[in-house]
Design a binder for this molecule. Sequence first.
Ligand code: 5AD
Length: 372
Amino acid sequence: MINVKSILNKKYLSREDIISILSVSSEDEMELVRKTAFETLIKNCSEKVFFRGIVEFSNICEMNCFYCGIRNGNPETKRYILSRQEILSAAKFCADSGYGSIVLQSGERKDDEFIDFTEGIIRDIKTQTKSSILAHGLRITLCIGEQEKESYKRFYDAGAERYLLRIETSNRGLFRKIHPENQSFKKRLECLKTIKDTGFQTGTGVMIGIPGQTIEMLADDILFFRDMEIDMIGMGPYLIHNNTPMAHYINGVESNKNLTFRSSLLMIAAARIVLKNVNIAATTALQAMKPDGRETGLDFGANVIMPVVTPVRYRKNYLLYDGKPCLEEDAEDCSSCLTNRIKSIGRTVAFNEYGDSPHYKKKETIKPCPAR
Ligand code: 5AD
């Protein structure tokens, strides 16, 4: 107890300190970590919670990640891509609901048709959501995987300001184990650097509770975020999808569920304490583990929630893992349900605000980026 307390009082935490935080086991220590993370959030950001409506606009994927339900090699997944109109109505819904930002997520495709389509959508969303309230239209986050340098640049020039590409784990050996031979850590890292160099507010993240992952590896993930000067973080528990090559880990993953949930909360807290002014999402995967998982994530220092705005009839086909929540609720239900839940924990939803990462904004004053 005394040990953790003294660590939490330090200005700079070492790898060993982070390992100690991630290893706490008593409820008192857990509460101390939570409180410190929350205070760090208030000091460096604010208590506001920012919504980013997420549209899962296609599940067509070239990749074969061993953990993911929409991997190319899963023949059970019925593939879809939303029409331009469907994506634009989802974007309009976000703007009308005061979300300020939208996330466009899909499986990974690098063909010209997909790149052209995505670029066009970005331009359309920007022009069609501009208003007296949202002077620059919705902020757009892309989450469409590893792409060519010129594609990243095209997306940025079209108006997307943020890009999320999870490293999944910063441990090369573990990365190797959960991906096929043709997907490399080196490539993922290069993409992340290119995303940063292009000018995006850059987000990454990891899965927590991957079979074979240790506390030390998770501490290194936090250091990776710090060293890469990441602006936004999205992390969540690894959850089994039954139709994937990793499904045989089910017993181990199920029996570690409580530990994984705790580790996920401690990772959010550790990221907040170490990185201070980044945006951190309380992800849907947390809610898949516990109904109030996302709110608990907010308590541990997260400040972003991504309500799903994908049209309901497509949602059952975007299953990255089993037990994904909110498959039946439409976007409007999700919005009011979430707003009430957030109020119930004493936080405020920041409607009609962009909620750019303070970490990025701080850098911007040093390194100017094109006016938007
Ligand atoms: N469990 C938890 N998260 C997963 N993702 C993909 N599959 C799973 C799973 N089985 C996450 C990955 C990916 C993001 C879009 O979804 O981290 O980067």
